[in-house]
Design a protein around this ligand. Structure first.
Ligand code: HQG
Length: 185
């Protein structure tokens, strides 16, 4: 069952964040898909889903990646999108003084030169604590945690958002606002 949940979570991340067109699904600009349309589109592409399975993935997800609308009709990924179909109007939020970004040591030279850039996603993702950032960095290789002077950025007009699952988002972080945590390099 755990495997089925993980596999379904990966499938939902793929279609709700990155490639809805791969199964002929349409998302609105806030990232919402009708759940009945999602189940039908998945089935037409050989992936069997039902509401109970979807609910179990949403409830059991360690990072609270997905949410279901209050009326139960629609679902979306709360952050992490790359598809141009979606442009969630996140409210600007004042960030804490410091946030963290976990990455891999092999990216450091490039990050020191050009700062953090969103790559294929819509935003750079920042973590509220070191442990979370370390776990994000580990996904890419030998992890290293960078500090982000979010308060100073905010004072200079950079805009921050917080997704429903606590992940902080901003468009880019110039090198001047980055520091490296001692001992993590
Ligand atoms: C790196 C997970 C070279 C960046 C997590 C990262 C997160 C640069 C990689 C969410 C760079 C992008 C996002 C530059 C940034 N030069 N490399 N100038 N600027 N990078 O996966 O932040 O499990 O797109 O450091 O919890 O790792 O998907 O972003 O290593 O919240 O729900 O480019 O994904 O959530 O990698 O992770 P990603 P991320 P989920």
């Amino acid at each position: 069952m755990a495997d089925r949940l993980t596999e379904t979570s990966k499938f939902l991340s793929y279609v709700l964040r990155h490639e809805p067109q791969a199964i002929g699904l349409t998302l609105d600009s806030e990232g919402w898909a009708r759940i009945d349309a999602l189940i039908a589109a998945a089935a037409a592409n050989g992936k069997v889903l039902d509401r109970e399975l979807i609910q179990a993935v949403v409830d059991g997800n360690d990072k609270k990646r997905f949410s279901i609308s209050p009326d139960g009709d629609r679902m979306r990924a709360v952050q992490g999108h790359s598809t141009a179909e979606v442009a969630i109007a996140y409210a600007p939020v004042e960030p804490p003084e410091q946030l963290f970004h976990g990455t891999a040591t092999r990216f450091l030279a490039s990050i020191r030169a050009e700062g953090l850039v969103p790559g294929s996603r819509h935003h750079v993702h920042l973590s509220p604590d070191v442990e979370t950032a370390m776990a994000v960095g580990r996904r890419h290789g030998q992890p290293v945690v960078l500090t982000v002077a979010a308060g100073a950025m905010h004072c200079q007009g950079f805009v921050f958002h917080r997704a429903d699952n606590g992940v902080w988002l901003t468009k880019a972080v110039p090198p001047a606002f980055l520091g490296e945590m001692k001992g993590s390099d």
